[in-house]
Design a protein around this ligand. Structure first.
Ligand code: URA
Length: 435
């Protein structure tokens, strides 16, 4: 089969068959197709799109390019959650112990963060001793014993996606619905969960800028999962402002624990509860989302979700004392407070900029090889719609590097708008698509 013919076919808007797509993926993994041809294929697919069948073939080829885990031998129905990536999005640390304390088996493989979407594996590394580098057999043992394992993603899951994603990142071909859907679903199916709930972010801090595209992506994710025999659902949520108020690794662990202690009823809590409800619904532990939410709220108020977090931390060799003593978490050397110089309603956040500012503090990576400053980050004091008085605190900023602290403050100063009139509410949950 000739690679050029396949590229030309896609360039000319003709649909590709399974063998042609398989040829591209096999060539990407074994190195027989050079990056310039892969990039050209990706651009043709980006511009001309891939139909449903082509997207399925692409997902399948990427899935079979590596290891596929299955949990059949431990006879547990496992459920996973995947977010398309946002700022201050620490729902995993809240909903995983919560739904696990309700009898769901949660097996979550997470990546390290790159750019402003923090990776769960990085957040967990803020907990002293917590070991995410666990092999599949050990993870299965954990699921058998305590119904939860949060581990780093094995490097051999869907290796074709890693190759293609690295090229998409530098060729302007990331924001394509079929390419995003096949990338996400190939990895998720490879991790072996029986059911998957997607949190599709929508807004100025997300790939999907409007609800119509978020809906289109959601439908494609669900339809692909169905084709692989997996139950799934999608919650479309706003990323027009950071989800929680704490951004950074230690900081997000603290906010997750405060939420599990029942101390906050904010957007982070409400979205965690809805995603948790959808997870319970997908594995038939709740007959409706309302019932799932009720169960979720109960394990927050009776402390069972927090107990489960403690069990999870101990099981993976972490220091569970952090739950009652946040000073045991890594912290940064320097901090500063950003005060408002004007009054008005907070009408707009440029969420991308806030994410970039957090990366600048050292809380995230610009390059894969960067070492994270686990204590660095930002605390946000106002939400969209809040009234801000001149002199009110807007942000606390933390970093172990003074220059980085100053750079982050300068980015933050251009990340929000105040207005004389109260802006419309920024709705958190924009749609829910059930199987
Ligand atoms: N997340 C992924 O895993 N893949 C994409 O293409 C985009 C977001």
């Amino acid at each position: 089969m000739n690679t050029i013919d396949i590229i030309i076919k896609k360039r000319d808007k003709l649909p590709l068959n399974e063998n042609e797509i398989k040829h591209i993926i096999t060539g990407a993994v074994n190195g027989s197709i050079p990056d310039y041809q892969l990039s050209s294929f990706l651009m043709a697919a980006f511009i001309n799109g891939l139909n449903e069948e082509e997207t399925f073939f692409l997902t399948k080829s990427m899935l079979y390019s590596g290891e596929i885990i299955d949990f059949k031998d431990i006879e547990k129905t496992t459920v996973d959650k995947h977010s398309t990536g946002g700022v201050a999005d620490t729902t995993t640390l809240i909903l995983s112990p919560a739904v696990s304390s309700l009898g769901a088996s949660v097996m979550k493989m997470s990546g390290r963060g790159l750019g402003f979407s923090g990776g769960t594996a990085d957040k967990l590394s803020a907990i002293p001793g917590f070991d995410t580098e666990i092999d599949v057999d050990k993870a299965k043992e954990y699921i058998k014993n305590i119904d939860i394992a949060l581990v780093s993603q094995s490097s051999n899951l869907a290796p074709a996606d890693k190759i293609l994603y690295a090229l998409r990142d530098v060729t302007g071909t990331v924001e394509s619905i079929p390419l995003i859907a096949s990338s996400i679903v190939s990895k998720k199916i490879a991790t072996g969960a029986d059911a998957i709930v997607f949190d599709v972010k929508c807004g100025n801090g997300a790939f999907m800028k409007d609800v119509e595209s978020a809906r289109e992506l959601s439908k494609m994710l669900i339809s692909l999962c169905t084709k692989f025999g997996k139950k799934s659902a999608s919650v479309i949520s706003s990323m027009n402002q950071p989800l929680g108020n704490f951004i950074g690794n230690s900081l997000e662990v603290i906010e997750a624990i405060e939420t599990l202690k029942g101390k906050t009823e904010n957007d982070l809590y409400h979205l965690s509860s809805m995603l948790g409800a959808a997870m319970l619904y997908c594995i038939e532990k709740a007959s409706s989302l309302e019932e799932g939410k009720k169960q979720f709220d109960e394990v927050i108020s009776n402390g069972k979700a927090l107990e489960k977090l403690s069990a999870l931390i101990k099981n993976q060799n972490g220091n569970a004392e952090i739950i009652n003593d946040y000073s045991l978490l890594p912290s940064s050397k320097y901090s500063t407070v950003f005060y408002s110089t004007e009054s008005g309603y907070l009408s707009h956040y440029d969420t991308d900029k806030i994410g970039m500012a957090s990366v600048e503090t050292g809380a995230g990576r610009k390059e894969k090889s960067d070492i994270i400053d686990l204590g660095a980050g930002i605390i946000i004091h106002k939400r969209i719609g809040d009234y801000v008085e001149k002199g009110d605190k807007l942000f606390d900023v933390y970093s172990s590097d003074k220059n980085k602290l100053e750079n982050a403050v300068s980015i933050l100063s251009a990340s929000f708008k105040l207005s004389d009139t109260k802006p419309p509410e920024d709705k958190l949950i924009l749609d829910i698509i059930l199987p």
